[in-house]
Design a protein around this ligand. Sequence first.
Ligand code: NAD
Length: 320
Amino acid sequence: MWIVPESAIAGLVDEQSAFDAIEATFAAMSRGDAYNFPVVREALGEGRQYGFKSGLDRVGSLLGVKSGGYFPGNAARGIPNHQSTVFLFDPDSGKPTAMVGGNLLTALRTAAASSISIRHLARGDAKVLGMVGAGHQSAFQMRAAVRARAFEKVIGWNLHPEMLTRLAETAAELGLPFEAVDLDRLGAEADVIITITSSFDAILTDAQIRPGTHLACMGTDTKGKQEVEATLLTRASVFTDEVAQSVSIGEAQHAVAAGLLDEGAIAEIGAVINGVHPGRTSAEEITLFDGTGVGLQDLAVASKAVELAIAQGLAQQVAF
Ligand code: NAD
């Protein structure tokens, strides 16, 4: 069994390899070659959340689980609040094959998902990237997004304005101008909008979104969370990583529960990747990607990390 510690991941998996691994995973899910098992997520008290995301990719030969959660007391201990570890198993024998640090991989695979949605669904002439949210994930999201389109400017909004420095610094690192704006301006000027917050109420209203916009709604990954007004999903073409998660823990949960959106109207991004669904069909269409985060994403990037770590002599082998 191989061990790839968290400290080795940064030198192994980059944005491009995460993008390729996750795009292949979404394609495999849509072909029916891979599927996710039901998510387990439990509240442990004192704000702690713990759970498991798992799945099987028959063709890619992946079986495993990401175990982890949110531990708000960690910041005071000097370690990240989000903690996760990926365990991979041989799909034929069930024997464990690897244990991989999952913290950075989670950020990379989540950013890869929204970047894939931008590559496949945003207008080709998109120039302005709008960011809603300025937490830990937001920098990864921005770095991955600029690989999908030739953005010329980043604009951003955050509930806690003191956090906007993260967006400004990341845009500067990418050589792009950044401007903090209100939500009306963000909706009016952005061609692509990424939402990546912990909000439980709609932040962007339907009226703020103009025709032709692509939204990647990435923050809503739990029952009750919400980032955009539910009626927007009746005006947009809605895509997701996995429909079952989209309607239960994703952004679409609210529109579906309110009877505004039929589950059957939500398309898998994998179908677009595979050429089975046309994706965007006009410059005026609003496209919305509901990125809920699936276990197979974690297995795909963890497997890539193991492959690269073995090749570079960075994986530790233990008899198990
Ligand atoms: P973080 O704690 O570092 O940042 C939280 C962000 O949400 C900040 O921008 C904060 O200002 C904002 N925020 C907090 N409460 C808010 C509210 N009530 N209204 C509006 N904004 C609010 O978190 P992070 O690591 O950047 O993660 C952001 C979100 O992304 C979380 O909800 C997390 O669960 C989710 N996430 C999703 C996936 C996925 O695959 N879809 C993967 C990882 C994280």
